[in-house]
Design a protein around this ligand. Sequence first.
Ligand SMILES: Cc1ncc(COP(=O)(O)O)c(C=O)c1O
Length: 218
Amino acid sequence: MKYNFDTPIDRKNTNCLKHDLLDHFFGKTDILPMWIADMDIAIPDFIIDAVKKRAEHPVYGYTAFSKNYFQNFIDWMYKRHGVVIEKEWICFSPGVVPALNMSVLTYTNKNDKIIIQPPVYPPFFSTIKDHDRVVVENNLQFCNGNFCMDFEDLESKIDEQTTMFILCNPHNPGGRCWKKEELEKLIHICHKNNITIISDEIHSDLIRNNHQHTSMLS
Ligand SMILES: Cc1ncc(COP(=O)(O)O)c(C=O)c1O
């Protein structure tokens, strides 16, 4: 497959959040929008062809899961991450941020404390605040030129009201793929304190330079 990463594509005036709302977010338009994980390269032809094929059918009615939907996901998780998943565990969500919001609403109550590890993807804050829960910041530290977790600080911030921990693995923007030992330590602390862990692993397929993603499910 040949990809073209060199041809600039004009996205202006396409209701594109990244380019069309520069003035709204930054008060000016003569800047490069490098703030959002949204690429300006063309999507591969086979995806465009599949979308076109579907669009050509004249009835846009309600859809159901395709025959291979669950098995494809189960196979991918095993092949790529060595994780064994059962069909009954899978629950569809229209996006990861909606899933975070639903998890907060489902597993916590108003005024509960939820721990996150800043600096972290901004919606982690809003998903907690928007539902009247309390953000508890267990800030990442710098250890030997890399981000690391501060377990002492974590334990000191847990109390009776703390019911959830939202993990970012791999971490955005920290770039860390958390190691098995770190995850085990985290699980131990959360389990001891009856804290539900929500693990956002959206970036797990984008691992470079021989790093290894360890899923919370492994
Ligand atoms: C950690 C993290 N979670 C979730 C998302 C977005 O998820 P979605 O678009 O599926 O809601 C991003 C996008 O950058 C992200 O970095």
